[in-house]
Design a protein around this ligand. Structure first.
Ligand SMILES: *[C@@H]1O[C@H](CO)[C@@H](O)[C@H](O)[C@H]1NC(C)=O
Ligand SMILES: *[C@@H]1O[C@H](CO)[C@@H](O)[C@H](O)[C@H]1NC(C)=O
Ligand SMILES: *[C@@H]1O[C@H](CO)[C@@H](O)[C@H](O)[C@H]1NC(C)=O
Ligand SMILES: *[C@@H]1O[C@H](CO)[C@@H](O)[C@H](O)[C@H]1NC(C)=O
Length: 410
């Protein structure tokens, strides 16, 4: 029973929160019988997976007759109190109670019983219920994280439950305080282990959780890097599943963003070869390629702003050629992202104008200009115009860099 309740609790943290509010409102505002009906309606609506006959098995075992007679003989209130005192320690057990006591005929009987109470008795009972509800504790985010982590740490759990535990963590780690707690609770180790799971979906969601937890969070970035997870993520970047590679790249981007340690690890794990593979391969999903281009821009901008030049691949000629070649693809969005990347790369002192020249950047930009003028459909005209402005900017930067290069060469 405890396991079942924990599992349920871990499964639907958000709908449980919503339910708690409904339950609270229902019980405070209505006589108990109709409150129970409201709870059942809420369960049926909010928690669609619930199965009443299954839920009944979790009920406390007391039947309605017992409850009603207890109520009457003790003048009201005490039954509910007994139930609470006897272990309504969680929202789950309260729901079990509500569901277990929700037979419509019995509810009607109960409602009639409630109506027999005097206004004073009713008020008194509501006050008692209110007090009890205040004592009733909702599981905290930390509790929910512990449950999900314990599930991940249990090797005999089903794949479905493992996936669900990861998806809960995905939501739970969004607030920075929760992300900061993840490692203390053993969560990072558990999630990183699942990067090696035989199941693709599990690996994918694990990478997603790591990316979400480390986004704009230097503490978590460094914790994950400290566990050496980047090596595995770089390997996942080569995955044939676009979804898996995309989430791996998402996590990598989160880990290296504004983080020298992350960028050093990326370099030593040969992350540039993975990026090169994504950019240059025709079989790779274009959305993944766009993300890779975006990462390049991000890394170049960081290098530009920090003066740190720990990523030699950014000025590697073969790498630059892969980028320049992408400008010949007929995809405005991709072309725009690539132009942004080249613009940032041209500004780096570590890149050579002659390397761009040997990639034929001049004629590629010229052909792109022609294409942007002639090809776009009516609805793409405006966007094509913006991309063309960017193209001109890149062209000017390139010409300036070529002149600079000539000057230093003289
Ligand atoms: C509901 O639970 C009962 C008993 O546990 C089971 O026989 C039935 O198949 C379940 N229905 C659904 C829709 O899960
Ligand atoms: C691990 O999961 C299995 C299957 O759900 C369960 O029976 C078992 O009690 C769990 N073990 C722990 C330590 O929670
Ligand atoms: C995971 O399980 C192992 C034993 O199987 C235990 O030593 C460890 O503390 C558990 N970690 C967490 C986070 O529950
Ligand atoms: C990086 O990966 C490329 C392509 O797989 C490989 O040729 C190269 O040797 C690797 N370099 C290192 C330092 O591992």
């Amino acid at each position: 029973m405890a396991m079942a309740a924990r599992a349920r609790c871990s499964r639907q943290p958000n709908s449980h929160r919503l339910l708690a509010v409904v339950v609270l409102a229902a019980i405070l505002l209505l006589p108990v019988a109709s409150a129970a009906a409201a709870v059942v309606a809420a369960v049926a609506e909010g928690d669609g997976v619930e199965n009443r006959s299954a839920a009944r098995q979790w009920a406390t075992g007391k039947d309605e007759g017992e409850l009603v007679s207890g109520e009457e003989s003790r003048g009201g209130g005490s039954v509910v109190e007994d139930e609470f005192a006897g272990g309504f320690g969680s929202l789950d057990s309260m729901l079990q109670w509500a569901i277990g006591n929700s037979d419509p005929d019995k509810l009607k009987e109960q409602a009639e019983g409630v109506q027999k109470l005097s206004a004073d008795e009713l008020l008194k009972r509501r006050m008692e219920i209110k007090e009890l509800m205040e004592k009733l504790k909702m599981p905290s985010d930390a509790d929910l994280m512990k449950i999900a982590i314990a599930d991940l740490n249990n090797s005999s759990i089903s794949l479905e439950d493992r996936q669900r535990a990861l998806q809960e963590l995905l939501i739970l780690v969004e607030p920075i305080d929760n992300a900061n707690d993840l490692d203390k609770l053993g969560g990072l180790v558990a999630v990183i282990q699942d990067l090696n799971n035989a199941n693709e979906e599990i690996r994918t969601t694990s990478a997603w959780v790591l990316g979400k937890a480390s986004q704009n969070n230097a503490l978590v970035q460094n914790q994950i890097l400290g566990y050496g997870a980047l090596a595995r993520l770089v390997k996942m970047g080569y995955a044939t599943s676009a979804e898996e590679a995309t989430k791996a790249l998402y996590a990598i981007s989160a880990l290296v963003r504004d983080n020298i340690n992350g960028q050093e690890a990326f370099h030593s794990e040969n992350g540039s070869a993975m990026l090169q593979h994504i950019l240059a391969s025709n079989s790779v999903d274009v959305r993944l390629q766009k993300k890779a281009v975006f990462l390049v821009t991000d890394l170049a901008d960081f290098q530009l702003n920090s003066g740190n030049s720990g990523l030699p691949f950014l000025s590697d000629r073969i790498f630059l050629k892969s980028l320049v070649d992408m400008l010949s693809r007929f995809d405005l969005d991709l072309q725009e992202k690539v132009l942004l990347a080249i613009k940032s790369l041209l500004k780096l002192s570590s890149t050579e104008a002659t390397d761009f020249e040997s990639c034929d950047l001049s004629s590629v930009l010229y052909r792109l200009g022609v294409q942007l003028e002639e090809l776009p459909s009516e609805e793409q005209k405006e966007y094509a115009g913006e991309v063309d402005d960017l193209r001109r900017e890149v062209q000017i930067l390139f010409q300036d860099k070529l002149k600079e290069g000539t000057k230093t060469a003289l």
